[in-house]
Design a protein around this ligand. Structure first.
Ligand code: GLN
Length: 190
């Protein structure tokens, strides 16, 4: 299985370590030609969505990646990655790939709770640890979006077709459940 991990900025190395550990081959996506390789899945890591969005355009990678997502290549999007998928951002007038019908709020937990750790049930996966870092949450999910987890009444994990979007950072915790689930999505889509 060959997984492309967007490697422009943010926490991409941690995803690569986990995916390799689970037996996947990883390709760091740094320029347009990396995206044109035959990939079974795509990871959009956490970081800073505004910076990532700008680099994707500057490096001319935006269109090819959006095309891949729209054509059904499975995506695991964490934190800033979730923001890139949203078709609406309630506290920003920009959108990026806009391939997932949901409204998200950036830096949604404010300063007091800027970063925190908890454990919560994720549909079908049982309890998993969740690390939030200046995280967004999903304010509302559109038609066809399956809500997978809520923390404090807010949606923090959802799936739409082959797009799996999380507010938190599964790559920073010990549990491999989410990456395993994602690799199973990729396997199924092959
Ligand atoms: N606050 C970041 C943003 O708005 C997301 C934070 C993260 O990815 N950990 O893009």
């Amino acid at each position: 299985m060959k997984i492309g991990v967007l490697a422009l900025q943010g926490a991409f190395i941690e995803h690569i370590v986990v995916l390799k550990d689970l037996g996947a081959e990883c390709v760091e996506l740094r320029q347009k030609k990396d995206v044109l390789r035959n990939l079974d899945g795509l990871v959009l890591p956490g970081g800073e969505s505004t910076v990532q969005g700008k680099l994707l355009c500057d490096l001319d990678m935006f269109g090819s990646l959006k095309g891949m997502i729209e054509s059904g290549t499975p995506v695991l999007a964490t934190c800033a990655g979730l923001i890139l998928l949203a078709d609406q951002i309630s506290n920003d007038n920009k959108v990026y790939f806009a391939t997932m019908p949901m409204t998200v709020r950036r830096n949604a937990y404010g300063r007091q709770l800027g970063s925190f750790h908890t454990e919560a049930e994720l549909f079908g996966m049982g309890n998993i640890p969740m690390t939030f870092i200046r995280a967004p949450y999903i304010e509302s999910a559109g038609e066809g979006v399956e809500i997978l987890s809520k923390v404090g009444g807010k949606i923090v994990a959802a799936r739409y077709k082959n797009q799996l979007a999380l507010s938190f950072h599964p790559e920073l915790d010990e549990s491999r459940k989410i990456h395993k689930y994602f690799l199973a999505m990729c396997e199924e889509n092959r």
